[in-house]
Design a binder for this molecule. Structure first.
Ligand code: ADP
Ligand code: MG
Ligand code: MG
Length: 891
């Protein structure tokens, strides 16, 4: 027979912490504390299964529930030595909701249940404190009427205020027993008016009413919305905890408080909490009275003049300290606790793992390893990799003054200050002159890449979280606020307007890409660094993981950042970003506009030394680490101007007529550029482009080898291959160039040629493609687009609806679609290995920094993931966790 009710108290419990699913978090931990022998007021938990039953059976209960409840209640009565509903010696209880995960929307706790016009007299005479008894009764009427009967708070506040006014006092504590009695009469009248029925006097009816309200609250709108947003299944249900009351409001040797066993904002091993003398329940957090510090040290630190608990009730404080020790040792984690002191005796009312900031989480994990409480493996598993993101970008100094101007979407985290510029070229020019700039655009496009790179931050007034600006900024690790619709950008006059504020080009602003806020002037920021506890934990993670972590980077700054964050190579160096540079775009356009191979070669010859220099720099920074360079990928029209207004200038710079330029722009325009003339297809038609790039790579590699005596680890990557013949041809081309360079220079080095796997056909034919590919790098961004047949640039119009309707669990561009795209990756990996046993396998693309995707990559046995520099630590930690989880499963 199913057991519906679990008792706890008196040093024993039916349940334990492991039964969280059945008893909810609160109930499971009350049971656990009780079994540990900690002072927990006795009570019982009605299971989450009853909640499910209740909501599936038209608000009715399992047959045996009433009996089980009566027995459990009798146990509590025996333990406390009082009887529920008894006129002389009444037992009072609290009714508390508690799901598996703490969840807003659940019914608030009702205290002092069991009081009525008769039992209140019993409580008054037994406690010898009528004021306390009537105060408790009026609190009960207020709470019960509000949370169970739905009578609004203001009704009670109104009555209370009038009474206080009449008496000429301002504090609740100044009201005496008679005052409360008068107030109770009015409360009851008001409840009857508002609710249409008298306030229930029968304690049993009160109890069942409260239980029903808790179970009913599982299905209220707020709870449903919360569950949808956080992926909490409906069938989890909530439990109900019924627990004997203890009173923190029975005089000056009573108190109630909340505490963290360590400081939740810094992680410092220091008892951190607040309490109030002569108070009940949520008085501490309600803000009506100022709570006092627990410890003397904390009081002195905060300069508070109210005495600490340590000073006022040293003995009970000592007991609390012992409980703190005990709980930490038992749970092996920082706890968030609630307690009450009744007549000098301590009672524990709740414990749970405490929420903490990221720095605190790191410090606590590292400290607990040092104390021998947890192992390094456990420490590594305690940190949510995504949480690290907070530490990897500059943040606003919390103490800095700021004037907020407007708000947009928090599109890419980090805070940055700089002068307003309106074009990518201007951004680059000013940045080269050493100025910090914020690129402000209505929206951005691929032509703006160089400016985005040069900028400290990007601000757009249009577009969402997957707009070009947002996606590129995240990849580059630039701060970005997107879609700040309140702002009016006027390019012609060089102004930004919002309400009556006008900002001009050259004015300084600050954006916070983590909050979406935009500020006037410079706000002080704090730089991220990987040091202290963070660095320690990352070293432990490195000792555990088997998956390597590389970075997607093409500028010296990004390469250095990535290395400082622990990158073990470059998994994707995109060469087109180098083409957008203002000094080069002219030669690139010349190349595109050339009518014959001859002209193209001439223009490419101008680019060669520049590309070579790029690679020299990168190889030098990445010494000893592999560098995967992807040959040119985007369609050529991306390098040509779009606006007619730019044509004459561009034509002149490239030495061609405006007509020719316009003609080329039209010719190159594609219906469907994502599936058009790009990637390796460019080099099938214009092999001289890849020839130049390959030459630049090998000449650079040879030069660096000569200079340093150390050979760069070069990996040349051919993009967008779908046919083995494409790869065969282009691999041969690259190898021929390499041979030529080796011959010319008299130096040689080892290198790899491989391909980016980003088309379904390439996955299907991976065994054949592996004949020519020494490595596969899964380009999961494009592979997702092509597998779903879904353009990422247009997905913003409908993907959110898919997520909202539960058709897609999450954006497949953020977390790899393991069911579909993942199958292709797994299949291609397996087929690739069949042909070439030691083929190197990795992924690049935004998924490389997503913990769930990293876990997947570990699972299918890839060699590495590659992600943007700022996500490298996230991937390192996620890879370690994946290794630990796999180990757990294998055991
Ligand atoms: P929440 O989930 O909102 O924290 P709780 O059920 O923990 O709600 O109740 C809030 C507060 O009510 C507790 O922190 C405690 O101070 C008080 N409380 C709950 N049950 C009791 C009880 N049996 N005796 C005394 N106080 C109680
Ligand atoms: Mg609450
Ligand atoms: Mg609580």
């Amino acid at each position: 027979m199913t057991k519906w009710v679990y008792s706890f108290g008196g040093g024993t419990a039916d349940g334990k912490a492991d039964l969280r699913n059945l008893l909810g978090g609160k109930g499971a931990n009350l049971a656990e504390m009780s079994a540990l022998g900690l002072p927990v007021p006795p009570g019982f938990t009605i299971t989450t299964e009853v909640c499910t039953y209740f909501n599936q059976h038209g608000h009715s209960y399992p047959d045996s529930l009433a009996d089980e409840l009566a027995q459990a209640l009798a146990k509590v009565e025996a333990e406390v030595g009082a009887l529920f509903g008894d006129a002389k010696n009444p037992l009072l209880v609290s009714v508390r909701s508690g799901a598996r995960v703490s969840m807003p929307g659940m019914m608030d706790t009702v205290l002092n249940l069991g009081l009525n016009d008769v039992t209140v007299e019993g409580l008054a005479s037994r406690s010898g404190d009528p004021r306390f008894a009537y105060d408790s009764y009026r609190r009960f009427i207020q709470m019960y009427s509000n949370v169970v009967l739905g009578v609004d708070h203001h009704n009670f506040e109104e009555i209370l205020e009038l009474e206080k006014e009449e008496k000429g006092v301002s504090l609740d504590t100044e009201l005496n027993a008679e005052d409360w009695q008068r107030i109770i009469v009015q409360y009851k009248e008001r409840v009857e008016e508002e609710h249409g029925k008298a306030f229930p006097q029968d304690p049993k009816e009160q109890l069942w009413g409260a239980i029903e309200a808790v179970f009913g609250s599982w299905m209220n709108q707020r709870a449903i919305t919360y569950r949808r947003l956080h992926g909490v299944p409906e069938d989890w249900g909530t439990a109900v905890n019924v627990q004997a009351m203890v009173f923190g409001n029975m005089g000056d040797d009573c108190a109630t408080g909340v505490a963290f066993t360590r400081d939740p904002s810094t992680g410092r091993n220091y008892f951190y909490g607040e309490y109030l003398v002569n108070a009940q329940g949520e008085d501490v957090v309600a803000g009506i009275r100022t709570p006092q510090s627990l410890t003397k040290a904390a009081r002195e630190e905060s300069g508070g003049d109210l005495p600490s608990m340590e000073e006022v009730m040293p003995e009970v404080f000592g007991q609390l300290l012992a409980v703190r020790e005990r709980l930490e040792r038992h749970y092996r984690d920082m706890q968030d606790i609630e307690f009450t002191v009744q007549s000098g005796k301590l009672y524990m009312l709740q414990t749970r793992s405490g929420k903490r900031t990221t720095p605190a989480a790191l410090k606590i994990a590292v400290d607990m390893v040092a104390d021998g409480l947890i192992t390094r493996e456990e420490a590594v598993q305690r940190i949510d990799p995504l949480q690290l993101d907070q530490l990897l970008h500059p943040t606003l100094d919390p103490n800095a003054e700021r004037v907020i101007v407007a708000r947009g979407l928090p599109a890419s985290p980090g805070a940055a200050s700089g002068i307003i510029v309106f074009s990518a070229d201007e951004a680059e020019k000013r940045a080269q002159a050493g100025e910090a700039v914020i690129l402000c655009r209505v929206e951005t496009s691929p032509e703006d890449i160089h400016g985005m790179h040069a900028a400290k931050g990007i601000l757009t007034t249009r577009g969402g979280m997957t707009s070009h600006a947002a996606v590129v900024a995240r990849g580059m690790g630039r701060a970005c606020v997107a879609g700040a619709g309140e702002l009016r950008v006027d390019y012609r006059n060089g102004t930004i307007r919002v309400r009556d504020i006008e900002l001009k080009a050259g004015d300084t602003i600050t954006i916070d890409g983590s909050s979406g806020e935009i500020y006037r002037g410079a706000v002080q920021t704090i730089q991220p660094e990987l040091s202290g506890d963070f660095a320690t934990l990352m070293t432990w993670a490195d000792g555990i993981r088997t998956l390597k972590v590389r970075t997607n980077a093409e500028t010296p700054t990004d390469c250095r950042t990535a290395i400082s964050f622990g990158a073990e190579g470059i998994g994707l160096c995109r060469t087109e970003h180098m083409f957008f540079d203002t000094t080069r775009i002219v030669a690139v356009r010349e190349m595109i506009l050339a009518e014959h191979t001859e002209g193209r070669r001439k223009a490419l010859a101008k680019l060669l030394p520049m590309q070579r220099q790029d690679f020299v720099e990168i190889f030098k920074i990445m010494r000893g680490l592999p560098v995967t360079i992807r040959l040119l990928d985007p369609p050529l029209h991306e390098f040509l101007p779009r606006e007619e207004t730019e044509f004459s200038e561009v034509a002149e710079a490239a030495g061609v007529s405006v007509e020719l330029l316009r003609d080329r722009v039209i010719k190159l325009a594609e219906m469907n550029p994502m599936l058009g003339h790009r990637g390796c297809r460019l080099a099938i038609t214009y092999p001289e482009i890849y020839e130049m790039q390959a030459r630049a790579i090998f000449e650079a590699a040879v030069a660096v080898q000569k200079e340093s005596g150390e050979a760069p680890l070069v990996e040349v990557m051919i993009p967008l291959v779908s046919m083995e013949a494409e790869l065969a041809r282009l691999t041969a081309l690259v190898r021929d160039v390499a041979e030529a360079v080796f011959k010319e220079t008299g130096e040689r080095l080892e290198y790899l040629v491989g391909t980016m796997i980003e088309l379904p056909r390439a996955c299907l034919l991976a065994d054949r493609i592996a004949k020519d590919a020494e490595f596969f790098s899964f380009g999961t961004n494009d592979l997702t687009q092509t597998t779903f047949g879904l353009s990422r640039d247009d997905a913003g119009n409908f993907l959110p609806a898919y997520e909202a309707r539960g058709i897609l669990e999450q954006d497949p561009f953020v977390s790899l679609d393991q069911d579909g795209v993942g199958q292709l990756v797994a299949m291609a990996a397996e087929r690739g290995r069949r042909t070439r046993e030691n083929i190197k396998l990795g992924i690049c693309g935004e998924h490389g920094g997503d913990p769930a995707s990293v876990r997947f990559c570990h699972g299918v046995g890839l060699d590495y993931v590659s992600c943007s520099p700022f996500r490298v630590p996230i991937a390192r930690l996620a890879a370690a966790q994946a290794a630990l989880q796999k180990a757990e499963r294998d055991v």
